[in-house]
Design a protein. Structure first.
Lengths: 829, 244
């Protein structure tokens, strides 16, 4: 009891200490920032996944491409885990109706489909479009509107699918997982999966894809996957939202950005805690010496400070979480409002873990070491102050801090590349800083003081060179971290904007017969529709690598999906604008030999320039050496190809159809009717809804990025304020003394503000240059964008930081200006 | 001794501090005239108001009532910046707690007033002064690396650096032992003589006070000159002003 009340009073005493308040404030900011970001990131992830899950019509898909159904036992296991399950069977077949035959792509769906998203449906050609959450019932079939014309049937008529007669009960406009796959060339029909057996279409060896759909808790999904994975054959594929080509890029980048933001918050917080703890420890040395003279032993002193630290830690963490919750709710409702969705306030408590770990690590790795060293303060200090601390302790603290920072970011981001880029940037910064420090000492030594503010400021910088350099170090590090985020944000947004401009192609024309190419081009030109390049498309399989069957040549543990199916091969003379050659040379004019392969496929297969690829196209075999490897922008909404041949090359004479894409505004949709009337055999693939979805996600992510950026900048300002206030007392003493010695107020104000402005300018310049280095590394490794100098930010950030710091300087000087120097000197004694 | 011209004239000086519910009068109607070149000691116990008086005389603060004329200027009528300019040109200080800036070396501490006065040769002048106070080999040491007596010698060097006409010293030996105090006061007196500076010193040390030409005592804010005598052969002297 006594001990408890004693501890309470010592906490109250501590609270009166400015350094303790700064330390706790730093911890509160740390926990609040990290917790808000983590909560929001988790919330965003959930929203993104739920809006993106619709692309799969489920949370996960399991595909089997070997013509074998997926075992019922697996679905049972999923059901046991509380997951929702549905089935799909996809195959191509001829259908017959009203004396017409037509090749169609059949999608047969079970009860429950779609588990996520909705089917867009029309009861008849004249009815309004409506959204449905279930597929056709027994004996019913929904047709792609184009089929009505091709088969010349109407709603209520019957069509034959194999041996089974089905009633056309509606029009299938779009299914959620229709996605954007070029294999869907034939017009689509949707029927009930329970009717498939009766059609008799599926025989042994038929080309059919069985798909199971799963939805439910992430953990249950993961457990289920872990359970069935060992039984997978190479033709089984587990698909999550991230794997969708159209979306994966944007999602990955968004997630990485959030991770980066969180890591920076952790770093900034650590810096603030470390600075405050050090300052506190320095201030406590006299107290410790006094305690020692009173007979308190070193060990007990260690325990005393550890228990205080724990009390502050718990208080700071609680306060941080208390601030983080409303901040998170605010952000969540902001995004909800922007997206016109109901707000999801639920909290993923697990997302608080990084914040708690940050609090614990910053307390133990950054705050504890300087306090722990207080144990060794000599009692002699009471009689006579000893000069500064020994260097070894500081080196050890630095090492502990470095390892802790490294570990924290790694834990948080899980990306070694990110950690190394950031630490590399910081190391570069410190190297430049050391150089600058040396230059500063050399140059400023020559400046002689005088009654002029500039000279006094420069002399001040030189006089406080130790403090100046360490302040520049902390400021520039802080600014570097904030600038990194700012720069990545701009290039991320620009990137997205460039990738999906307002007139990004949103309709594909597939299956254009060679003799219709000219007519289609004329139709588009006549209606002022800007089309992308038009490409031929030849269906073929990649069967051999260097004269060896490709499945043997490619190591077994690499699952290369592209090898299990027919690919779209093309020929082209010029490299599409968004493709980049990473190895080899693009085709010379007139070149007929060679093939260019997409870089990820080449990586997965282990293909290099010079390897020979063998293709089977119908009954024909062709072989071509790889002459180049290129990257492809899959989410650009333009025709993209894994494999491209030169015009007049390997594909010459093979049967081809053509493909192109173009932009069609919402108000021009009626043109599609004219088009399908004129070209009944051309498939129109509408992807505007995918683009809308991606834009929606970009909006969400942009909001998140802005919010996180604001929080990081706020944290940066707090760190800088903490550092500046660490020298408050010295500054005030100096100000008071200068006034006593006859320094004018205006001179003092000007020179102090100038001194801080110079500090801010140098720190800003260094920080922004180091940020550019880090961004260059990050961009190259993680975001795969083109690196560009950001001249505007490079030019303005140093000025802004100079302005902010000079305001800090002014604020520091305020007490000196208000009180008579006599009083101040007495108070500071 | 006296040049016949006064450098400091205090008329009816009263100083009060507002304590919110009450007003505390710290100095009562102080009157004092000091001739250029004189050395004056003001002796009093803790809390007698002597440091407040020193601060007011030096223009660090403004009095509630009365007038202070320092080297021909009525400082109670000057603005803050004008008083600062006056201090920069004509006033030096020595404090009980030395008031050296911990981040600065001995040399840089002494250079401060010279730089404020815009002197180009600040470094060489400061070096000369530090040599004069016997710290020529400690130029680059910071206050932490110096003993109390050494710190006060640096402070004395700083006080004389700008060649002030009048030097204010607040308990210059208050934080030092007897021997060190003796050395420091010797130095202070010697430099005072060499530069012909007027010295106004506040102290509770009777021995130190006895080395000044005139001694005043202050008690409860009232200043008296009971037995002002020169150091070597003190003749009896009438108090210039009687306290109320």
């Amino acid at each position: 009891m006594n001990q408890a009340s004693g501890r309470l009073s010592s906490v109250r005493r501590d609270w009166r200490e400015r350094d303790v308040r700064v330390l706790i404030a730093a911890l509160v900011v740390a926990v609040a920032t990290v917790a808000t970001i983590a909560l929001f990131a988790s919330h965003l992830q959930r929203t993104l996944v739920s809006s993106a899950s619709a692309f799969l019509a489920a949370d996960r898909q399991l595909e089997s491409e070997n013509g074998q159904p997926i075992p019922q036992a697996w679905r049972d296991k999923a059901t046991e885990r509380g997951l929702e399950v549905a089935r799909m069977v996809e195959f191509s077949t001829m259908v017959y109706g009203n004396d017409n035959f037509q090749l169609v792509a059949v999608k047969a769906v079970s009860e429950g489909y779609p588990l996520r998203g909705e089917i867009e449906y029309q009861a008849s050609a004249d009815s309004p479009r409506e959204m449905r959450s279930a597929g056709p019932g027994h004996g019913d079939v929904w047709l792609n509107p184009r089929l009505l014309r091709l088969l010349d049937v109407t709603i209520g008529d019957s069509i034959e699918v194999g041996n089974l007669e089905l009633t056309v009960s509606g029009l299938l406009i779009r299914e959620p997982d229709g996605g954007f796959s070029m294999s869907a060339l034939a017009p689509k029909i949707m029927m009930n999966a329970a009717d498939v057996a009766a059609t008799g279409v599926l025989q042994v060896g038929s080309r059919v894809e069985y798909v199971n759909l799963f939805a439910g808790e992430e953990a249950a999904l993961d457990d289920f996957y872990a359970e069935v994975k060992p039984d997978f054959s190479p033709s089984h594929e587990w698909k999550s939202v991230d794997d969708g080509e159209a979306l994966s890029g944007s999602l990955q980048r968004a997630r990485r950005f959030l991770l980066l933001g969180g890591s920076l918050a952790v770093l900034l917080a650590s810096v603030a805690v470390a600075v405050a703890a050090r300052q506190y420890a320095v201030g406590q040395r006299d107290t410790v010496a006094l305690l020692k003279t009173l007979g308190v032993r070193g060990q007990r002193i260690g325990r005393l400070y550890l228990s205080r630290l724990m009390i502050w830690g718990v208080a700071g963490t609680l306060a941080g979480v208390v601030i983080a919750l409303p901040a998170f709710w605010g952000l969540a409702s902001l995004t909800a409002r922007l997206l016109e969705r109901p707000v999801d306030y639920s909290i993923d408590w697990f997302a608080l873990t990084p914040a708690l770990v940050t609090a614990l690590v910053s307390m133990m790795a950054f705050a504890y070491p300087p306090l722990q060293r207080l144990r060794s303060v000599p009692a002699m200090r009471v009689l006579r102050s000893e000069p500064g601390e020994s260097g070894t302790g500081i080196v050890r603290d630095g090492l502990i801090a470095l390892i802790a920072i490294f570990g924290l970011i790694w834990l948080y981001a899980g990306e070694l590349g990110l950690v190394l880029s950031l630490l590399g940037g910081l190391a570069a910064l410190l190297a430049v800083l050391a150089l600058l420090g040396w230059a500063m000492v050399l140059l400023l030594r020559r400046v002689v003081g005088g009654g002029n503010a500039w000279r006094l400021a420069l002399v001040g910088l030189y006089r406080h060179r130790k403090a100046s350099l360490s302040q520049i170090a902390v400021f520039s590090m802080t600014l570097m971290l904030a600038a990194t985020l700012l720069l990545i944000r701009s290039s991320l947004l620009d990137d997205w904007q460039a990738q999906l401009p307002d007139d990004a192609p949103n309709h594909f024309l597939i299956n254009i017969a060679p003799d219709a190419v000219d007519d289609v081009e004329q139709f588009l030109a006549k209606n002022d529709l800007a089309k992308e390049a038009i490409y031929p498309m030849v269906r073929g399989r990649l069967t051999e690598l260097n004269n060896e069957p490709v499945k043997q040549a490619v190591s077994k543990d690499r699952e290369v999906r592209a090898l299990n199916r027919e690919l779209n091969l093309t020929w082209m003379n010029s490299l599409p604008a968004d493709n980049t050659i990473v190895s080899g040379e693009w085709f010379e004019p007139g070149q007929t030999e060679g093939v260019s392969i997409e870089s990820q496929l080449a990586d997965r297969m282990g293909v290099k320039v010079g390897d020979v690829l063998g293709f089977t196209i119908g009954s024909q075999k062709i072989e071509q050496p790889v002459t180049s490897i290129r990257t492809v922008q899959w989410d650009s909404m333009r025709p993209n190809f894994y494999l491209a041949f030169p015009e007049g090359g390997g594909l010459t004479g093979l049967p081809a159809t053509w493909i192109t894409s173009f932009y069609l505004g919402e108000d021009q949709k009626l043109l599609l009717n004219d088009f399908t009337r004129e070209f009944p055999t051309v498939s129109v693939l509408e992807v505007d809804h995918i683009i809308d979805r991606i834009r929606e996600i970009v909006v969400q992510v942009t909001q998140a990025i802005e919010a996180i950026l604001i929080m990081i900048l706020a944290a940066a300002v707090v760190v800088m304020a903490a550092v500046v206030s660490a020298t408050l007392q010295d500054r005030q003493r100096e100000g008071a003394l200068l006034r006593t010695l006859g320094g004018r107020q205006s001179l003092l104000v000007r020179s102090t503000m100038l001194e801080f402005a110079l500090l801010g300018f140098f720190a800003g310049l260094l920080g922004v240059v180091a940020a550019e280095v880090a961004v260059w590394a990050l961009q190259y490794r993680m975001f795969q964008g083109e690196f560009q100098w950001h001249f505007r930010i490079v030019a303005t950030l140093p000025l802004i930081s100079a302005a902010v710091l000079s305001v800090f300087g002014y604020w520091q000087l305020q007490p000196v200006l208000k009180v008579s120097p006599m009083l101040l000197l007495r108070r500071l004694e | 001794m006296a040049t016949g011209e006064y450098i400091l004239k205090v008329t009816d000086l009263t100083h009060r501090v507002d304590l919110g519910h009450d007003t505390l009068t710290i100095l009562h109607d102080v009157n004092l005239t000091v001739m250029a070149g004189q050395s004056v000691a003001i002796v009093g116990r803790s809390g007698s108001g002597k440091t407040t008086l020193l601060g007011l005389l030096a223009g660090l603060d403004t009095p509630s009532d009365g007038q202070i004329e320092l080297d021909g200027q009525v400082i109670s009528q000057l603005g803050e910046d004008q008083r600062a300019a006056l201090r920069a040109q004509r006033v030096g200080f020595v404090f009980q707690s030395f008031q050296l800036l911990p981040a600065l070396t001995a040399l840089e501490n002494v250079m401060l007033p010279l730089e404020l006065a815009g002197q180009k040769e600040a470094a060489s002048q400061a070096t000369e002064l530090l040599q004069r106070v016997g710290l020529g080999d400690r130029l680059t040491h910071t206050p932490r690396q110096l003993s109390g007596g050494e710190q006060q010698r640096v402070a004395i060097a700083r006080a004389f650096a700008a060649r002030p006409k009048i030097l204010f010293a607040d308990e210059p030996t208050g934080n030092l032992d007897n021997n060190t105090g003796q050395t420091v006061s010797d130095l202070l007196m010697a430099l005072n003589r060499e530069q012909g500076t007027t010295l106004i010193m506040v102290t509770h040390d009777e021995h130190l006070a006895a080395r000044c030409e005139r001694q005043f005592s202050i008690e409860a804010g009232v200043l008296t000159e009971p037995a002002s005598q020169p150091v070597d052969n003190p003749p009896p002297r009438t108090a210039q002003q009687e306290a109320l």
